[in-house]
Design a binder for this molecule. Structure first.
Ligand code: IVH
Length: 700
């Protein structure tokens, strides 16, 4: 793969383009991970994408808009369960990978708080459990509700399922706070996971990839009796809404949880230095294999809750905690074959078929080979012995080959230049500006290629698009094969065609009266759909969930989008309008214009719009008293460091500027304020003290 250009060398336009593209890619992986429980890249690769994305925002802060992925976590909840709004958001953790970064984390915390070099700082260290997070609500000591994380703000109500987990108390021991939301990880032990997979196999059902996925799959069963039959466990390590905290430190609260009868992890300790943190990390890593459950790192948290609240959050994760991840696990095995998968946009993706091998306790038989160049660069050949890496719970990847083990007759792999499904030419597009070929080879048979048609339908019906329950990948493949579905509009005529047909769906193998009734009800329920979901469902290239939301917000209605997109020929005002949407650029604008310029797409849209009503997008409201205001801090602050003040203001939606100008709305001046204060007075800008600022934002 080509080395990315160092971020410092990017122009703002290049950065904007790359940021948009990466955003789509990350959002797609988030969806696969959080909504489908079926990730397709390694944690390490995901983290690398995310780092680059965050690096771009660090260098070009204008990219960190409210739409940015750094401002949210996870994916929207599935529609199967009732929704629960988290009163306190369930956020995520930043990651570090090296021991050096542990020192940097501690230094960052100390700097932010303005701690003297000799001041004590206690930080806890505990295993990072590889399960799924869950929030348990207790009122007067009684368990009343459980919710998954979802997108961090809204999760799924899994109360009935969680009630079946033996180790979670229905009533807390001792005197617990009136309201207590306990947060922690639901997980499955490795032994239970193996036994469950053996049962799945015996019942002819597909196996789970790893304990995390099986825990997620077991918890998110609509029928709680299925959950009850699956051995799930829980560790409490955090909290949401609490009427009165039972202690003043992280460790103290976890000890209180234990006294209430909640399971807590025995490997949590309080450390007083970077060295102690690293020593504990090494201890946990050394004992990893014998724990019986999967962990993927060690979490460090500032112990004092007062300091935690001063440190606060930066975008999606707390400044007071971080996750020190373990390196990925590796193994060697035989490459039996290379298969080519054709995606929705015609991308040809090579998949390695492997002699099954256990990597980190999980049996692996497929791995991604990414693309043509990657195969050539590593000179991967069928028959080779390869090194496979698996991090966490995702499709493993091939790191390289073992040259000594290559059979004499192994021949170099030749990537196909025609689509293996429809036979159309498969080409690598040349970027007009740079003259370089795209890394992805694509089938050119857009409208004739069955693989693309099927993938488009799958995308259309998928969870974050139309979310049609009962119309999964298998059913779509079958219906397509049998000529029942060709385009998305056909989905909505399925019930009426079935009624008129002699060969009814309910009489087919694998179907019955009830499943057909449910499927048709699910289709009916989607005749009305929010604009952003509708746009996303169309599967326009480069328009993933984030860009779909941006389009929805910009245009408000589908008609407005369609009208502009139809008029968006190169050089037109309409093209410029799309191009100028925050986060967009030439590539996205061109893809949108191309989509609406294609007569077939227009026909499908017309047909579709006779069956579905697209609900326009509403405007969003802002609440805090300083939202949208530009604030300047000057002079000495006594209650917090400058960084802390800035972070707090930004959290409330204010912009913090370094100098006073006509655009400044408010100046917060402390003792020793000089020229900035003078300028503010001269310009007649409102000036307040640190005390007044704290009052204004409700901190006093
Ligand atoms: S603390 C505000 N502690 O890791 C952050 N999280 O990558 C609260 N996780 O969403 C999380 N073990 O699902 C925390 N000991 C632990 C954890 C842990 C696993 C998960 C959790 C979180 C994710 C972040």
């Amino acid at each position: 793969m080509k080395q990315p250009t160092p971020i410092e060398r990017l122009t703002p336009a290049q950065a904007r383009k790359e940021h948009a593209k990466l955003g789509e890619e990350i959002a797609e992986h988030d969806r696969r991970y959080y909504a489908d429980d079926a990730p397709t890249i390694s944690d390490a690769d995901y983290d690398a994408l995310r780092r680059r994305y965050e690096g771009l925002e660090a260098r070009f802060p204008e990219l960190a808009t409210p739409e940015s992925l750094t401002q949210k976590v996870g994916a929207a909840p599935s529609e199967k369960f009732a929704k629960v709004r988290h009163k306190v958001p369930m956020l995520s953790l930043g990651n570090i990978f090296t021991e050096e970064e542990v020192g940097e984390f501690v230094a960052r915390v100390r700097r932010f708080l303005g701690l003297k070099p000799d001041a004590d700082l206690a930080i806890t260290a505990e295993p990072k459990i590889d399960g799924l997070s869950c929030s348990l609500r207790y009122e007067n000591g009684i368990f009343v509700q459980a919710a998954t994380r979802g997108d961090g703000y809204e999760g799924e109500d899994v109360t009935a399922n969680v009630r079946t987990i033996g180790e979670i108390p229905h009533r807390l021991a001792g005197t617990a706070p009136e309201v207590l939301e306990v947060r922690g990880e639901i997980y499955m032990t490795r032994a239970d996971f193996m036994a469950l997979n053996a049962r799945q196999a015996a019942a002819g059902k597909p196996p789970f990839a790893n304990p995390r996925n099986s825990a997620a799959g077991s918890l998110r069963q609509l029928d709680p009796t299925i959950t009850a039959g699956r051995p799930l466990h829980f560790f409490a390590y955090a909290w949401g809404e609490v009427s009165a905290l039972p202690a003043e430190t992280q460790m103290g609260v976890v000890r209180a949880f234990e006294s209430f009868g909640l399971p807590v992890n025995p490997l949590m300790v309080v450390c007083r230095s970077t060295e102690e943190l690293i020593a504990h990390y090494r201890r946990i890593e050394a004992g990893r294999a014998t724990l019986g459950y999967d962990i993927d790192g060690v979490v460090y948290k500032v112990d004092s809750l007062a300091l935690q609240s001063r440190l606060g959050f930066v975008s999606r994760s707390p400044r007071w905690a971080t996750a020190h991840k373990f390196p990925a696990e590796k193994a060697m095995t035989l490459l039996r074959g290379i298969e080519i998968n054709v995606g929705r946009t015609g991308a040809l993706t090579p998949i390695a078929r492997l002699e099954p091998v256990t990597v980190g306790g999980v049996v692996v038989s497929n791995a991604t080979l990414h693309n043509e160049d990657e195969i050539a660069r590593k000179d991967v050949r069928v028959g080779d012995t390869v090194t496979v890496q698996r991090a966490g719970d995702v499709i493993p990847q091939i790191l390289g080959i073992v040259p000594e083990k290559r059979p004499n007759d192994a021949i170099p792999y030749v990537f196909p230049t025609t689509c293996p499904v429809c036979g159309s030419a498969a080409i690598r597009e040349i970027d007009e500006k740079t003259g370089t070929a795209d890394v992805v080879r694509r089938c050119t048979g857009a409208l004739v290629c069955p693989a693309q048609a099927v993938e488009r339908l799958k995308h259309f019906a998928s969870r974050n698009a139309f979310d049609i329950e009962g119309l999964g990948d298998k059913q779509i493949e079958l219906f397509y094969r049998e000529g029942l579905l060709q385009t998305a509009a056909d989905i909505f005529t399925l019930p009426e065609r079935d009624a008129a047909s002699a060969t009814k769906l309910k009489d087919r193998e694998g179907y019955g009266e009830l499943s057909v009734r449910n499927l048709f009800a699910a289709i009916e329920a989607r005749r009305e759909i929010p604009l952003n979901r509708f746009i996303y469902a169309l599967g326009i290239r480069h328009v993933g969930e984030t860009n779909a939301r941006r389009l929805a917000r910009h245009f408000g209605t589908f008609e407005a989008l369609r009208e502009t997109a139809r008029a968006a020929s190169v050089g037109s005002d309409a093209r410029a309008e799309i191009n100028n949407i925050e986060g967009f650029g030439d590539v996205v604008a061109e893809a949108i214009a191309d989509f609406f310029a294609e007569p077939h797409n227009e026909q499908v849209l017309d047909a579709l719009l006779t069956h579905v009503t697209v609900v326009p997008m509403e405007a969003v409201a802002t609440t805090s008293p300083v939202a949208g205001k530009t604030v300047v801090f000057t002079g000495a602050l006594e209650r917090m460091t400058r960084d802390e003040a800035k972070a707090q203001a930004e959290r409330l939606g204010a912009k913090v500027a370094g100098s006073v100008s006509k655009k400044t709305d408010l100046v917060v001046a402390g003792p020793g304020a000089g020229s900035k204060l003078a300028k503010a007075t001269e310009l007649g800008i409102e000036t307040i003290s640190e005390e007044d600022w704290l009052k204004l934002i409700g901190q006093e």
